[in-house]
Design a binder for this molecule. Structure first.
Ligand code: NAD
Length: 380
């Protein structure tokens, strides 16, 4: 099949994207498998993959995204491109990406109109067979790591305890709120840096995971907590009573913390506010909070998307967007491997582009089929 690697960097204004959906390594594999690969100029430049590495791997270079997608059977992309781009694609072709489809239903409509199949990688079902294709996990893991490293850069003190001739430095106290994929990696990173680490979540399964990473688990462990996990493994929206108990516990704990990383999300809803202005007022000057949920409304009151806000009492709230893009090279490597593992599901035995419409992973992530929007999250 004809594969085109999109220049996502050029599509997203303001340099907000630095990743690329295929690396020279994965491209070499595609060429070896007999596919015809085109990479749009400078697609990997911001992730440390120069065009020459792609041509050495056997790819051709297209001058622009519009030129590159024209004859492609499948376009490999981080973002899924945009409405304007898909109009210029071949009817019957496919495009991959993290599409946040319910936030932007017009994109799926544009794909349907163009006869293009949109494979929303963020909708890939979280079943065991699909773990190696799970871009949400591969990217969240890096976001969790980076959030702690970035907090360490802003924090004016050290993370580990240091006993020197000039005196002793106390270890930083780090609190992770929300122990999903990002939170677990944040705990592991904070521990490696030597911080005294605590963590909280509403799902009971996380208690053991936190302990296994050597951190202390702190939560309101009542009857509601025991039933807070959905069958799909996600958090439920907690009752007002639970939230009040959780806020009391957080308030007494957070005043002693130096670094707080919040990652709490509930699928299909705004992120819960876990750190209020009143709690921020009790924190020490120089403390750093990183709100990884800021794109979905934020866990920290006063967090601003894309900004670092410093409160009157000197507490820094970091609201950066697109954390995986801050680690563009590793994030691209992981993303590219996720797509490589996805590719067999759209490849016929002879190597032609042919999605397997019987496969539950394809059914779970395709937004469009044969000129219509078909995904239940968009049609129901
Ligand atoms: P997520 O991004 O949806 O949420 C992050 C965390 O926030 C979750 O742990 C959630 O319980 C927590 N949270 C929500 N509300 C909270 C509150 N009020 N207070 C404190 N914490 C709160 O989560 P995720 O990273 O996508 O992971 C969710 C689950 O899915 C985990 O169990 C994870 O292991 C699982 N998972 C499974 C697969 C698979 O392929 N089987 C892949 C990835 C993740």
């Amino acid at each position: 099949m004809k594969l085109t690697v999109l220049n996502d960097v050029a599509l997203i204004k303001g340099g907000a994207e630095a990743r690329v959906a295929a690396t020279p390594d994965t491209v070499a594999g595609y060429v070896k498998a007999g596919h015809d690969v085109t990479v749009v100029k400078d697609a990997g430049a911001k992730a440390d993959f120069a065009d020459k590495l792609y041509t050495d791997a056997g790819a051709k270079i297209a001058a622009t995204n519009t030129a590159g997608v024209k004859t492609a059977d499948l376009v490999l992309s981080i973002t899924g491109g945009n409405e304007k781009l898909v109009v210029g694609m071949k009817k019957g072709a496919g495009i991959t990406g993290v599409m946040s489809a319910t936030d932007n239903p017009k994109f799926a409509e544009a794909c349907a109109k163009a006869g293009v199949t949109a494979f929303a990688l963020d909708y890939i079902p979280r079943i065991s067979r699909a773990q190696s294709m799970d871009v949400l996990s591969s990217q969240s893991n890096l976001a969790g790591y980076r959030s702690v490293v970035e907090a360490g850069g802003i924090y004016g003190r050290a993370f580990p305890m240091m006993m020197t001739a000039a005196g002793t430095i106390a270890p930083a106290k780090c609190f992770i709120m929300g122990v999903g994929v990002a939170g677990l990696q944040a705990i592991a990173t904070a521990r490696r840096l030597g911080a005294v680490t605590t963590a909280t979540d509403v799902r009971p399964a996380t208690k053991e995971q936190v302990a296994s990473l050597g951190a202390k688990f702190i939560a309101v462990e009542n009857e509601e907590f025991k039933a807070a996990e959905t069958a799909g493994g996600y958090a439920k929206q907690m009752s007002a009573e639970y939230q009040a108990l959780q806020a009391d516990l957080t308030a007494s704990h957070i005043a002693k913390q130096d670094i707080v990383i919040t990652t709490a999300l509930i699928p299909g809803r705004a992120a819960p506010i876990l750190v209020t202005k009143a709690m921020l007022d009790t924190m020490k000057p120089g403390s750093v909070l990183v709100d990884l949920a800021v794109e979905r409304g934020g866990n920290v009151e006063g967090a601003k998307p894309g900004e670092i806000v410093t409160t009157k009492n000197g507490v820094h709230i970091v609201g950066h967007l697109n954390w995986p893009s801050r680690m563009a090279s590793d994030a691209s490597n992981m993303f590219a491997r996720n797509i490589k593992n996805f590719l067999p599901l759209v490849t016929a035995d002879d190597g032609a582009y042919s999605p397997d419409w019987e496969d539950e992973i394809i059914k779970g992530c395709a937004l469009t089929k044969d000129g219509a929007v078909v995904h239940e999250r968009l049609t129901s």
